[in-house]
Design a protein around this ligand. Structure first.
Ligand code: IPM
Ligand code: MG
Length: 354
């Protein structure tokens, strides 16, 4: 080991981003020592931080760093300071969607595990939380209403277009089936095929692809029903396969079930370089206070080690360390009522257990 170097593009971004990134890197440093690996960190600006410095939410300098890395580790972007920019120049569309496009990312994975200890923090009752809750959303990330053309806004009328092409549905469906096959073999495809044409095609293509995966049990849910089922009986889900917009919404919902959005990592694939980021946002209201939950960022580091660097053991070390801290009843204030710990203290505790 140690003979070759892994280049990581590090984008702390805005709000709580820099604070949680610090903890993610603390944990990465522990892994580096334990496994004698060389990680080269290349820092860049994105979102509001990049607007302030370069007057662009995704400057060429940052694109360059990303494209020359083996993986991109992002924290979070955006905040009220930059809300007045038009979409193509704001942190969300110009920055994050621009980055997803640049890297050709079409798969977004958001795993949700509800730890026993956090069943009290979940807004759902213990009765609903019976059984093991371990699900993953496979969200289509490159198409749908986020990117469909035309898009238009005037004072009197605004328009977005939801488009799904067969090939685009097929490639994400295959990812969903592959993941389900490697897990419990249950795939729930979520659409709105009773109303939307794009969903009718979605459902047809998913059915078609399912013929290649006889071992995977497929069912379809309309998105309104899926939103309800998630809070009525979350343990029925294994893999949720869905469109860009529905995945955005349902993944926040499932994160809340886990007790906090601050617990959920994500990984995006599709091109040569993967992107890893917490599922939550920049939380400007708590930025700079040292109270943000760093676990989503730390678990995003674990996903990066597993998927980009084939370091499954190191990824599991991180997950076990997180679980042991949680099981001792330790955490930041979003998950712990009594004696919550700071962002950096939680980072220290997790790093110490690797
Ligand atoms: C997410 C976020 C983004 C999205 C925003 C910030 C553009 O909500 O990653 O879920 O909608 O995809
Ligand atoms: Mg979202």
């Amino acid at each position: 080991m140690g003979e070759f170097q892994r280049n990581i593009c590090v984008l702390p971004g805005d709000g709580i981003g820099p604070e949680i990134m610090e903890e993610g890197l603390k944990v990465l440093e522990k892994v580096r020592k334990k496994y004698d690996i060389v990680f080269k960190l290349n820092f860049g600006y994105i979102g509001g931080a990049a607007l302030d410095k370069y007057d662009s939410p995704l400057p060429d300098e940052t694109k360059e760093i990303c494209l020359n890395s083996d993986a991109v580790l992002l924290a979070s972007i955006g905040g009220p300071k930059w809300d007045h920019y038009p979409p193509e120049k704001n942190p969300e569309v110009g920055g994050l969607l621009g980055l997803r496009k640049l890297l050709n990312l079409f798969v977004n994975l958001r795993p949700v595990v509800v730890y026993d200890k956090l069943k009290n923090t979940s807004p759902l009752s213990k009765r609903v939380l019976k059984g093991k809750i371990d699900l993953i959303t496979v969200r289509e990330l490159s198409s749908g209403i986020y990117f469909g053309q035309p898009k238009q806004i005037t004072d009197k009328k605004a328009l977005d277009t939801m488009v799904y092409e067969k090939d685009i549905v097929e490639r994400i469906a295959r990812v969903g089936f592959d993941i389900a096959k490697a897990r419990k073999g249950k795939l729930t495809s979520v659409d709105k095929a009773n109303v939307l044409y794009s969903s009718m095609l979605w459902r047809r293509v998913v059915e078609e692809v399912s013929k290649d995966y006889p071992v995977v049990e497929l069912n379809h849910l309309y998105v309104d029903n899926a939103a309800m089922q998630l809070i009525l009986n979350p343990s029925q889900f294994d893999v949720i396969l869905t469109t860009n917009l529905f995945g955005d919404i349902l993944s926040d919902e499932s994160a809340a079930i886990a007790g906090s959005l601050g617990m959920i990592p994500s990984a995006s694939f599709g091109g040569d370089i993967n992107l890893y980021e917490p599922a939550g946002g920049s939380a400007p209201d708590i930025a700079g206070k040292g109270v943000a939950n760093p676990i989503a960022q730390i678990l995003s580091v674990a996903m990066m080690l597993e998927y980009s660097f084939d370091m499954r053991e190191a990824a599991d070390d991180i997950r076990k360390a997180v679980e042991s801290v949680i099981n001792e009843g330790l955490g930041t204030r979003d998950i712990i009522d009594e004696k919550p710990l700071s962002t950096s203290k939680i980072g220290d505790l997790i790093a110490d257990r690797i």
